[in-house]
Design a protein around this ligand. Sequence first.
Ligand SMILES: C[S@@+](CC[C@H](N)C(=O)[O-])C[C@H]1O[C@@H](n2cnc3c(N)ncnc32)[C@H](O)[C@@H]1O
Length: 262
Amino acid sequence: MIDKASRRLRAFYRTHLRYRLWRLRNWRRPYSDYYVDVVMGKLNAGLQHPAIGSDVVAHSTPMEMFDFLAPLGLRRDHCVVDYGCGSLRLGRPFIEYLDAGKYWGYEVTPEFLRIGRDKLPAGLLEAKRPNLRVIDERTLAEGRAANPDFIACWKVVSKVPEHLLDEFFRNLTGLLRPGGRILLEFSESDHRVKVSPMSWANPRALLLDHLERAMPGLEIRIHRLSGGAPPVIQKSVMEIALGAERPGKAAGSERALAEVDA
Ligand SMILES: C[S@@+](CC[C@H](N)C(=O)[O-])C[C@H]1O[C@@H](n2cnc3c(N)ncnc32)[C@H](O)[C@@H]1O
């Protein structure tokens, strides 16, 4: 009985109070610091996180992102950006597979990157020289100059509050170059819904609107990874390329959207 009440109290604190109290103490810091503080607090207390840390309790396999990209024509000499790579849970198979210097991992904090780097065997780090970067204007320009073939973003947009989605999509689409593709995994619902204290499922229309504002006229296909009809939350992936690449389609013209089964 007491256990149940204290679980409820903790859930209420995490959902309704924790961010407000953090904001009062950290009114000048960005939201991403809140995410990092909560995750690092958990790890430092010896608890596990589903994606970040040296010992994760993930619900999905570390091959999930690699297995999605491989059939799209991924090659060893391709350049891959892992945007919101965390501590390289899904990045490691790419680091192992790609040629040296072809993997770029981007994060909001050096702390997650450090955990990821420390987990890699020294031989692998030296042989493959992954580029690990904290997101800012300078590092984004560096990544763009590397001409990424794939920009993969897995389990990240679900962590972005709505008022930061425009900035998120500006940064993400800014990495796109002719011939390149963004693969954006997202939890899909019929309206924006909070699925945990720091995670949201999004309707595709909302994400498409933000994408259109960030870069008009993109070519977009949506892959459904899991079935089920609304209101069940589904796993989907948007495949995004520069619109002008479709023959006969000018950049800035109406959005091209198709749905395919993954
Ligand atoms: C659930 S973790 C997923 C990490 C990794 N992609 C994976 O699947 O293992 C979400 C990650 O998104 C990052 N993130 C949150 N907001 C972000 C933003 N606005 N831009 C880029 N990354 C962000 C977090 O720092 C965190 O590492």
